[in-house]
Design a protein around this ligand. Structure first.
Ligand code: SF4
Length: 352
């Protein structure tokens, strides 16, 4: 970065004061109201891997249902997952609940106000601890998310892969060096805001960037190739069969195991495509109604979706809790996104 940290901070904060988006978990720019530490914690959990526009309605619903950390600590996990449904990465919801219970059970109901104290909570990593400590408590704590990483790489013209541990260490060091003692939370928010709205992954708006005079990548005209793109890696594809078993107007759902992907959530009966369940049910009884594809960060799924009637001889993993529910009652259960799509397919089937 060229120029002094002081002038960089002054330019960045001046821009932020005028350009910041009015987000529900942020301090009120007109009244100066300090954001609630609980709101910041919830928003940071939701914002990991997820766009701001997607998070806003989830945040409102979540806070309306659990207005305080104590309300969340007393919540039923199924209800928390239900409110999180569609956001994905459900371990974030479970960790948030565990953190709330730890705060109520072991910290007198008050969120710790230091990075060290926050790091001791379940599921709170260095980024979240820094965000809460700086934004909610004004601590001079660095953060490094995707946006800040991109901005720092470009400002400093760092051309090594930001996912490499040595580059990560360098970026954390830089994040710590540039953060000012005053308005640390606003500074961190401004860095994220700059990355989200100006220094975007593709076609950064350098001509209108408030800190362009400090940017080494823009000076060299290499901003478009920084940070180094991730090497494309083929993600494995997994095939599953989904058996939507019907009895009158009810459908059979099962609960997933307590550990692993989509832990504790509910789904239509699902098996690996190769496990022979279709053979047991009898292929003639099955009606294929469509396919659903679903991509996660490191794997993809293909679901072949079938319906069949309950009188069909049916034997799969009975160790999983099961229920018969109407499509309307499904809204009481947290479902992974592919099964929400499958419920939509069932709703649009012609009535007998
Ligand atoms: Fe990003 Fe361009 Fe601003 Fe540099 S000048 S920080 S590349 S938007």
């Amino acid at each position: 970065m060229t120029g002094t940290a002081k002038t960089f901070t002054r330019r960045l904060l001046r821009w932020y004061d005028g350009a910041r988006r009015d987000l529900p978990w942020r301090a009120d720019a007109t009244t100066g109201r300090v954001p609630s530490p609980y709101h910041v914690l919830v928003s940071e959990a939701m914002l990991q891997q997820t766009q701001v526009a997607t998070v806003i309605p989830y945040f409102h619903r979540f806070i309306a249902r659990f207005p305080t950390l104590a309300d969340l600590a007393a919540a039923d996990e199924q209800e928390v997952l239900r409110l999180w449904q569609g956001l994905g990465y459900y371990s974030r919801a479970r960790n948030l609940l565990a953190a709330a219970r730890t705060v109520v059970g072991e910290c007198g109901g008050q969120l710790p106000d230091t990075v060290e104290g926050l790091l001791a909570l379940p599921g709170v990593g260095r980024y979240t601890a820094g965000a809460v400590a700086s934004i909610a408590f004004g601590r001079r704590a660095p953060i490094l998310d995707g946006n800040v990483t991109r901005v720092l790489c470009r400002l400093d013209r760092i051309e090594s892969d930001p996912r490499e541990p040595s580059t990560q260490a360098l970026l954390w060091q830089r994040a710590e060096e540039v953060i000012p003692a005053k308005r640390a939370g606003d500074f961190n928010s401004a860095m994220m805001e700059l990355g989200a709205t100006v220094c975007t992954p593709r076609a950064p708006r350098c001509l209108t960037c408030p800190v362009r005079v400090h940017c080494e990548a823009a000076a060299a005209g290499v901003q478009d190739r920084i940070p180094t793109p991730r090497k494309a890696k083929a993600t494995p594809l997994f095939h599953r069969h989904v058996y939507c078993v019907r009895r009158d107007d009810r459908w059979l759902i099962e609960q997933r195991p307590a550990k692993g992907r989509w832990a504790g959530m509910w789904q239509f009966v699902t098996a690996e495509a190769t496990d022979g369940l279709a053979r047991q049910i009898g292929r003639k009884s099955l009606v294929r109604i469509g396919d659903v594809s679903h991509a996660l960060t490191h794997r993809r799924y293909h679901f072949a979706v079938f319906t069949c009637d309950a009188h069909t001889e049916f034997a799969s993993d009975h160790s999983r809790p099961r229920k018969w529910v109407t499509l309307d009652e499904l809204s009481n259960y947290p479902l992974p996104r592919p099964h929400i799509k499958i419920a939509g397919m069932l709703a649009s089937l012609p009535k007998d």
